[in-house]
Design a protein around this ligand. Structure first.
Ligand SMILES: NC(=O)c1ccc[n+]([C@@H]2O[C@H](COP(=O)([O-])OP(=O)(O)OC[C@H]3O[C@@H](n4cnc5c(N)ncnc54)[C@H](O)[C@@H]3O)[C@@H](O)[C@H]2O)c1
Ligand SMILES: O=c1ccn([C@@H]2O[C@H](COP(=O)(O)OP(=O)(O)O[C@H]3O[C@H](CO)[C@@H](O)[C@H](O)[C@H]3O)[C@@H](O)[C@H]2O)c(=O)[nH]1
Length: 482
């Protein structure tokens, strides 16, 4: 029986390994983590992450061929294939701070693998890492290996949160990079055999190590670039009377461009896009390619511009001040169907409004009150001055300005304005007449996700701003400065 161990029971390690266990009953899978609470949650009825379909998959295999454990060393020692799916955040201090990937967790996992291994192993990079990381990992493993052989593979993960199970069941492709030696090719084959249990052979791509590592960063950069492109267009649409929905549709009909990932929004969030592009920028700079670095940096700059533009629009529309005004925030997660708030645009928008002394009433169906307060208490990372990351003091007024409530109607009660930050389905079908009746007048809706029917809301009496759509007369009279 092939034994797999995955180090890191997070958003990637948990769902990925659960699907491998489900699709490969003959493989034993152990997911290990140093975070005891996380492992306890994986072993309970309330999993540590919200992901449609995940509960069902875990229930089918947990205790049979899927195990969650804190006994990291034991399971690593026993495994034939070790996936490493630890977090690789952006460095906040030292060389490359604000851009480079922090590989501390990866390096400590690699050293531990070398320490505890008594038999040969395939070590798989599942985390997103800078191109050439496998070379460094190989050095750590071989210099500490006591003669044991390791083969390193790069097998980046392309799942998106909210659709992780669907993406894992039916991936566009599985990418495996390895050394071009006979041993490297054998290792590729062993991993390919695992995926071949459910992924058609023509969707399993094999490449050299560096192509696999770089393809992951490139894919995220291309995806994020599409969003920044359409968001840049949304600003021009608002200025000219064009409608970004119509423009995206027309542009996406060109089969060379395609229709996906062209939804204008308040900005992209999530733990990956910004981190991976900054990492790419850093790698370009280190390789003497400043023009290429500058090109990709623009994707992030437009994303920041889009979030600022949104805040300015809200404040400008409401007579240039939101001080002491209640604003309802609908949605806090970075996208629907997840409780994840990492880099969610809602954080920047809320902070912008709090900076203008607004009082926020926030509702999200999956994000806890505690998480929202934590997210709003950290000051924004200053990329130009990376050493200045300071949590705001606990006594800061932010907590007093923020209330977290249990539904959208409560959030909107008595509010002057309502901002939609996440495209949760339930926001499409709210009783907006009831909401309007309970709000201050004039009542504003700022739709950061283009989920509401603006015409219907206008008939009710709302003043509506939708990203990239023709502006109400009111908004034209109060132009926001970006
Ligand atoms: N979140 C996504 O949708 C997604 C998708 C594709 C790729 N990725 C990449 O996958 C990697 C993991 O992302 P994530 O979102 O799952 O992160 P995460 O923070 O949810 O999970 C990482 C886990 O690794 C654990 N860990 C860290 N060091 C460890 C060690 N030495 N031993 C045991 N456990 C350790 C942490 O406790 C944590 O639970 C990142 O490189 C990310 O860029 C993420
Ligand atoms: O047309 C679009 C599509 C997405 N978004 C936003 O972009 C962000 C990221 O969305 P998405 O890519 O769906 O979710 P992630 O979970 O961040 O997944 C991305 O990042 C992962 C981590 O690397 C990769 O594995 C995935 O392939 C890649 O899609 C979210 O804030 C979305 O609301 C838009 O604004 N407009």
């Amino acid at each position: 029986m092939v034994k797999i161990c995955c180090i890191g029971a997070g958003y990637v390690g948990g769902p990925t390994m659960a699907v491998i266990a489900l699709k490969c009953p003959s493989v034993q899978v152990a997911v290990v983590d140093i975070a005891q609470k996380r492992i306890e949650a994986w072993n309970s009825d309330k999993l540590p992450i919200y992901e449609p379909g995940l509960d069902d998959v875990v229930k089918q295999c947990r205790g049979k061929n899927l195990f969650f454990s804190t006994e990291v060393e034991k399971h690593v020692a026993e495994a034939d294939i070790v996936f490493v799916s630890v977090n690789t955040p952006t460095k906040t201090t030292g060389l490359g701070a604000g851009k480079a990937a922090d590989l501390t967790y990866w390096e400590s996992a690699a050293r531990m693998i070398a320490d505890v291994s008594k038999s040969s192993k395939i070590v798989v990079e599942k985390s997103t890492v800078p191109v050439k990381t496998a070379e460094a990992i190989e050095k750590i493993l071989t210099h500490n290996s006591k003669g044991i052989k390791f083969q390193i593979l790069s097998n980046p993960e392309f799942l998106a949160e909210g659709t992780a199970i669907q993406d894992l069941f039916n991936p566009d492709r599985v990418l495996i990079g390895g050394r071009e030696t006979p041993e490297g090719q054998n290792a590729i084959k062993a991993l390919k055999d695992v995926y071949a249990h459910w992924v058609p052979e023509d969707r399993i791509l094999t490449t050299n190590l560096w192509s696999a590592e770089l393809s992951k960063l490139a894919a995220n950069a291309f995806l994020a670039q599409r969003i920044s492109s359409v968001n840049a267009m949304s600003a021009l649409c608002e200025a000219t009377g064009a409608n970004v929905i119509e423009v995206s549709y027309a542009v996406g009909k060109d089969t060379r461009i395609g229709p996906k990932f062209l939804n204008a929004s308040v900005g992209f969030g999530g733990s990956c896009f910004q981190k991976d592009i900054l990492n790419l920028v850093y790698i370009c700079e280190c390789n003497g390619l400043p023009e290429v670095a500058e090109y990709w940096k623009q994707v992030i700059k437009i994303n920041d511009y889009q979030k600022n533009r949104f805040v300015n629009r809200v404040v400008a529309s409401m007579f240039n001040t939101v001080a002491k005004k209640k604003i309802a925030i609908l949605g806090f997660a970075f996208k629907k169907d997840t409780g994840d708030t990492r880099e969610t645009p809602a954080i920047d928008v809320c902070k912008g409004l709090l900076g203008d002394k607004a009082e926020l009433s926030i509702y999200d169906p999956q994000v806890t009150e505690d998480q929202i307060h934590k997210d709003l208490a950290l000051s924004k990372f200053d990329w130009d001055h990376p050493l200045h990351l300071q949590p705001m003091s606990a006594s800061s007024s932010t907590e007093k300005q923020v209330t977290v409530v249990g539904d959208a109607y409560e959030a909107a009660k008595g509010a002057h304005g309502l901002c939609i930050m996440t495209e949760w389905d339930e926001f499409k079908t709210l009783d907006y007449k009831k909401i309007f009746d309970n709000m201050q007048k004039p009542a504003f809706v700022f739709d950061g996700r283009n989920v509401v029917n603006a015409d219907q809301l206008r008939e009710i009496g709302f003043i509506v701003f939708s990203i990239g759509k023709p502006l109400d007369a009111w908004l034209k009279d109060m132009p926001a400065v970006a």
